[in-house]
Write a protein that binds this ligand. Sequence first.
Ligand code: CTP
Length: 235
Amino acid sequence: MKPPRFLITAGPTHEPIDSVRFIGNRSSGRMGVALAEAAVARGWSVTLLLGPGTAEPSDSAIDVVRFRTCSDLQSLLQAHAPKADVLIMAAAVADYRPKPNLAMSGGKFRRTNAPLVLELEPTPDLLAGISGTRGPDQLFVGFALEPREDLLESAQRKLVKKKVDMIVGNPLATMDSDTVEAMVLFKDGRRADTTGLMTKKTFALWFLDLVANELPRKLPTTEPNAPFALATTAR
Ligand code: CTP
């Protein structure tokens, strides 16, 4: 039986201001890397689209492709997503980027005493875009990074807006942290919560069991003494 093909995105984007400066975010890429390592350890095939400034995974069986900007990631998704059984969008993609500006492109913008206004333009929603091209047997997963008080409501909204099968809602403190506390919402209304804080490694094992259960072709899940209980509830 051919192993399922996972396409995982991780890390921040860097949106250039000029040739030496950028707008970025604090994403470390650790969540996506943990998912890639846990998936490849199960014998699944993994391509990891990995953002700038993030550490490479230790397992050389992972096919790592680097991106820098939202636009790079968009091209890579278009090339790789059609071949994937599962897409997991853990990357923290910029929502705005500096508008192309002749004065700033192609060099280093010079300091003056005048105030500087950066004009930003919205980036495309990559996940919502690629979801529109999804085949019937593909499973697409998004992440929603939210203030704790809005977690459920915003994750539900993004599940619908981005047309994904599952969404992982996690609080803002998850970014750049070793641990995560998350709720997973399914498009049919089921929900699964982590039991308190987990390391991203443990989360990856728990979460991939949830994903494996959703695939049209059932896959074996982890060993029975895994350090968590796998249960989903109807909402
Ligand atoms: N995402 C994306 N393209 C973007 C922004 C986000 O594909 N331009 C993806 C992320 O990879 C993640 C999901 O959309 O899987 C949710 O990202 P998040 O930053 O939580 O939401 P936003 O769409 O940016 O919405 P908001 O600004 O309201 O939080």
